[in-house]
Design a protein around this ligand. Structure first.
Ligand SMILES: C[S@@+](CC[C@H](N)C(=O)[O-])C[C@H]1O[C@@H](n2cnc3c(N)ncnc32)[C@H](O)[C@@H]1O
Length: 224
């Protein structure tokens, strides 16, 4: 419960954007790279016929939703197997992000679409497998180098949501004993998220975003 309240605002912003892009771009069969517990299964279900999750054996998450064990560098499927791909909050956990993009490119059919979400300003998590943060210029460089055409590159927040959220996370470190029983931190966290959201509506300066969402298309010929 507390975990959901803590993440309410960013989950809502992320999911709303993902639903919008998925409804426009996804079709038929989908590969979910680094699927974890497949949190977007329901959200994406109306737009695809098949949702296959791949994750590695050493994942820190439950393995119940994993259909294929493999890595982002070696997905155990034939070339050009999927029309759609999703990879949310995974790229920063990969030592070799470029190799993982090439693997996604390999498993997509020509004209296939991939949606990635990638953090820019965010705390360390899932340590020690947390390697990078990406600016929009780094993302453009990597995706284009691999041969993808970038259709959308959206910063999901400005300063207020990013720093409001980090403040809320920090506050939750106090969520112990009586503070936890009476949901005091939950209440303060909710108010802070509401204020952050309102302020962000007035000033969404992209350079402070906590995350980017990027939609790319596989074109016929690989750039290099
Ligand atoms: C922050 S979680 C995100 C999970 C899920 N995509 C989501 O949005 O909730 C990062 C995921 O990347 C996976 N991961 C880390 N290294 C990987 C690798 N080399 N190959 C495949 N998955 C990997 C982890 O197991 C974990 O499920």
């Amino acid at each position: 419960m507390a975990l959901q309240i803590k993440n309410l605002l960013i989950n809502w912003i992320h999911d709303r954007q993902l639903k919008k892009y998925a409804s426009i771009h996804f079709k038929k069969s989908l590969i979910d790279i680094g699927c974890g517990i497949k949190p977007y299964k329901k959200l994406i279900a109306p737009y695809v016929e098949k949702h296959i999750g791949v994750d590695h054996m050493d994942t820190l998450h439950s393995q119940l939703e994993i259909d294929l064990f493999g890595t982002a560098y070696e997905i155990p499927v034939e070339n050009q197997s999927f029309e759609s791909a999703i990879c949310t909050a995974v790229l920063e956990h990969l030592e070799e992000p470029e190799l993982a993009l090439r693997e996604c490119y390999r498993v997509l059919k020509p004209e296939g679409i991939a949606i990635y979400s990638v953090p820019f300003i965010w705390h360390l998590h899932e340590e020690p497998r947390d390697f990078y943060r990406f600016s929009k210029y780094g993302l453009m460089y990597l995706f284009e180098k691999v041969g993808f055409e970038i259709l959308e590159l959206k910063a999901l927040s400005g300063f207020w949501v990013t720093f409001g959220q980090l403040l809320v996370y920090n506050l939750y470190r106090l969520n112990k004993g009586p503070l936890r029983w009476f949901h005091i931190i939950d209440g303060i966290g909710l108010i802070m998220q509401a204020i952050a959201y309102i302020l962000d509506c007035f000033d969404k300066t992209e350079q402070w975003t906590w995350m980017y969402m990027i939609v790319v298309r596989k074109n016929g010929i690989r750039a290099n």
